[in-house]
Design a protein around this ligand. Sequence first.
Ligand SMILES: [Zn+2]
Length: 358
Amino acid sequence: MRAISITVGRPGAALRDVPEPQRRRGEVLLRTLYTGICGTDRGLVNNQLPFARPPPGSGDLIIGHEALARVEDVDPGTRLRKGSLVVPMVRRPGKCLNCLVGRQDNCSDGDFVEAGIRGLDGFMRDYFTDDPTYLVRVDDESLGMLAVLAEPLKNVVKAYDVYDLVSRRSIPNCRDGSRSCLTVTIAGAGPIGMLFAMLFSSIGMDVKMFSRHDPEGRLAELASRMGAEYFLREDRSKQLPQSDVFVETTGSPEVAMDGIRALRPNGVAILFGTAPGGSEPLTGQDVIDIVERNITIIGTVDGAKEHYIRALNYLSSWKDSYPGVLKSMITSVVKPEESLDVLARRPAGEIKTVIDWQ
Ligand SMILES: [Zn+2]
């Protein structure tokens, strides 16, 4: 069967022929239908992620962590049946307390593994076996390949939960009880930025998002279809709008600080993107402003099984409430044989590329 792997420590990916996995008792055998490509996959292929790690006893790592798969074989009496569609979870628990209660997204000692990223093979292969604990059933089969968005979206759902929790240290809503008087500004218009835009827009907040390029105005058009306003910000000379929530998805410390500086009193900054470069001083005036305005800065990563479940529910609902928007986010579908170039370099205008394994 086919598998896309990297040799950890060396750039490049290869499509290899590997033996089919054998299902053991208690496990599920899965047929991969679709896998999404994200920045982490490209970081792995270009040998830019210091935390990349092959499974024990191997030098190679099968990549891929955004997937939709179909159950091929399973023990009788399991809730999953042959033919069920599932999204596999990325992070698998270590031994800390958070991990032991299924909250490995909040692991406190780093003793976890992540499929296709660190210590565990991923899903860019024809078949894999897995523990049913880490499979999230897709009840809405009409989602099709859109279900690969559940993995990135679960991060956004968790981030929203953390925001919601900290926002309650002051009155979090408007006079009418909703959050419709609040403004959120989102830095970055990639898949994560768009999913944040849809989530905040769906609860009625005023959403503005920006990036440095908008080829042919497509991002502006897509943003308006998700109830958000898009603006171009080619450099830092353009002041960011005042907002109650700022979401940073690009990983730029300069953009992060610009967003924090534009927060209103009781504002919340959600830092999600990561990148190794850049620097921006935190000045004495910044510290004064953060303290005096009760600003909260959140860092958030990954999500738990409940966030995957809610992500799938959001996708089902958004498919109808934002018609065509999710589909427009998948800018190309390639076969595994055509995917190595796309894995190495992001094509111009890409939002999300999906690999079709069928
Ligand atoms: Zn842990």
